[in-house]
Write a protein of this length. Structure first.
Length: 250
């Protein structure tokens, strides 16, 4: 760690690590600060874990119906714990690749919580309470965001969780699920959830496994809804829908 950098970046998520990569490639000295693992929400608790689960569930579905390709597979089965281990390994692998790239590019990865002070000074406190200070000719704040739970009665009850909590929970099997929000994570987790439920072979668990309430749908609404409904129809899952939840319009 040096005293002064051309660019100090607070936040090692997609915004931060892409900026670090670009700046270092242009010959700038770069410090990348984050108190959490490299990759932020996307790599660790969002896009990558969700896509890993979706990929595994898609492979299982294709293996079950591979006869249409002229292929035959008998006694196709699954191990849910192994699938979640694969999800964790996917995130671990991407974190490792990012850290190797930072090392190769000369980006200093600094662990800790950052506070921006006067004169472009940045104070970093690590987990042990040790404090270090560096200065940036330029400072980029890419600290990301956190989930904002809607003001709905009952959000504090057991079983209500954010997408981050869902993707890092120890419990992996849910008989029924209601997902509020039809964004990338909502649709990916909804798709993977109904497929995981189908693995049990229980019609009771299959029906109504995932219903997605979408807020702020774009002009692509009808296309997305039609494709998603076709994808989930074999498992009798509820399609994405508009609605009101205790007075909150979606």
């Amino acid at each position: 760690m040096r005293d002064t950098y051309d660019l100090v970046i607070v936040g090692a998520g997609p915004g931060g690590y892409v900026a670090a990569r670009k700046a270092a490639g242009m010959g700038m000295s770069v410090a990348l600060i984050d108190r959490g693992p490299v990759g932020g929400t996307c790599v660790n608790r969002g896009c990558i874990p969700a896509k890993a689960l979706l990929h595994a569930s898609t492979l299982y579905r294709e293996m079950k119906s591979c006869e249409r390709f002229g292929l035959h597979a008998e006694e196709v089965s699954f191990d849910l714990q192994e699938i979640y281990r694969y999800k964790d390994e996917a995130a671990d692998r991407m974190r490792g690749e990012l850290e190797e790239e930072f090392c190769r590019l000369g980006v200093d990865l600094i662990r800790g919580s950052a506070v921006i002070c006067r004169d472009r000074m940045v104070r970093v406190t690590d987990e042990d309470g040790s404090v270090s200070v560096c200065q940036g000719k330029n400072i980029l704040v890419a600290a990301g965001a956190k989930a904002n739970l809607a003001d709905i009665p009952g959000v504090e009850l057991p079983g209500v969780m954010t997408s981050e909590e869902l993707l890092t929970a120890d419990a992996h099997r849910y008989g029924r699920m209601l997902i509020l929000g039809g964004g990338v994570i909502g649709l990916a987790e909804g798709s993977a959830s109904v497929r995981r439920a189908s693995w049990s072979g229980s019609n009771r668990e299959k029906r109504g496994t995932a219903a997605v309430l979408c807020a702020g749908l774009s002009v692509m609404e009808r296309t997305i809804k039609r494709q998603w409904t076709q994808c989930l129809s074999p498992w009798d899952a509820a399609p994405p829908q508009r609605g009101c939840l205790r007075g909150m319009c979606l």
